[in-house]
Design a protein around this ligand. Structure first.
Ligand code: NCD
Length: 334
């Protein structure tokens, strides 16, 4: 690792992209690049989080996010524990705050949380002495997804500034869309939102995006096409007439993609619903789709975030056996 390891980030938790500066984002992406290189070597393991404990607390199912946070912590030498809501006392009626207090008493060094309610992770962070990382809260934010998307784009196209990115599909229910819109705006990209009116939040333009209800118009000359899943689990009622009709108007196929720049890249955070929001063949097109690359970048970005947060004053482990309680978590946290 380079000299970058001497700096600590100006934030204690990673609850969202909101509030990050362009240099905060660039620093995370620069360090992630180093971890991409490390992860491509035979020996992927470092010991910088040796002796530390990371708890992954997931109240919603997850495949890639939970696995990559686990792999990231383990590759940096931390002890990683996975807790799912079904296995925890939550099922027995314990409140979120009590769960936080219980976990806090075990002195973890990082807590990674996914929760179905927007704002729940921020609430929980107020009760914890360690750094808390938002792995997705309701339809609010999913910061490490936006960071891994940014890393994928930056490595392919060199920079984010000046690019035009179309985010298409169920934007209303998508924390991925919200975090990406914020990050791309912070980094100077132009963002378009393409969706039927029923799947767009009100006053979208105030988030700094150009709104389209027609894929062929919205995809005109874009550099990146980011597709989103229909998040049925967050829908109450029918938001689209049928998945067949949705695919016809909003599913990405070769004909619609032809409107984008010839070298435009296709992205998707996963899980994908083939034949609903994206044509199956396009999803696997090695010349256009970077969906697998996004998954690879996810591990590196999560390593960078865990590494950076561990450098915060108060997040450092005790220096020696006789340093006493003043070096504990209550030490220097602002
Ligand atoms: C996303 C999520 O959970 O918000 N998935 C992910 O983290 N890769 C998007 C989704 O579920 O559609």
């Amino acid at each position: 690792m380079s000299d970058i390891s001497s700096s600590a980030p100006p934030f204690r938790h990673l609850l969202g992209i909101e509030g990050l500066s362009p240099s905060d984002i660039s620093e995370i992406l620069d360090l992630s690049d180093e971890y991409v290189a490390q992860n491509r070597q035979v020996d992927k393991k470092r010991s910088i989080l040796g002796g530390r404990a990371q708890i992954n607390l997931f109240f919603e199912t997850s495949t890639r996010t939970q696995t990559s946070f686990e792999l990231a912590g383990k590759r940096l030498g931390a002890d990683v524990i996975n807790m799912t809501a079904t296995a925890s006392a939550i099922k027995k009626g314990e409140t979120l705050i009590d769960t936080a207090a219980t976990l806090n008493a075990m002195h973890p060094d990082a807590l990674v949380v996914r929760h179905p309610h927007s704002g729940a992770v921020a609430l929980l962070s107020q009760k914890m002495d360690c750094s808390v990382i938002n792995a997705g809260d309701g339809s609010h934010e999913h910061p490490t997804q936006a960071l891994l998307d940014a890393l994928t784009i930056r490595r392919r196209l060199g920079q984010l500034h000046g690019l035009t990115v179309a985010i298409c599909g169920d934007i209303l229910h998508s924390r991925v869309a919200r975090s990406n819109i914020m990050l791309l705006n912070i980094m100077g990209a132009h963002v378009r939102a393409i969706a039927p009116p029923t799947l767009l939040p009100v006053a979208m333009e105030r988030m700094g995006v150009e709104v389209f209800h027609d894929m062929t118009q919205g995809l005109e000359d874009v550099d990146i096409v980011m597709m989103l899943r229909l998040q049925n689990e967050r829908m109450r009622g029918a938001f689209v007439p049928s998945t067949r009709e949705y695919y016809h108007f909003f599913g990405l196929d070769r004909e619609k993609l032809a409107k984008a720049k010839p070298e435009a890249l296709i992205m998707h955070p996963g899980p994908m619903n083939r034949g609903v929001e994206i044509d199956s063949e396009l999803a696997d097109d090695i010349n256009r789709s970077v969906i697998r690359e996004q998954v690879e970048m996810g591990v590196a970005v999560r390593m960078a975030v865990l590494d950076l947060l561990s450098r915060r004053p108060g997040n450092q482990p005790p220096v020696g056996p006789d340093t006493g309680p003043e070096t504990g978590p209550e030490g220097a946290q602002p």
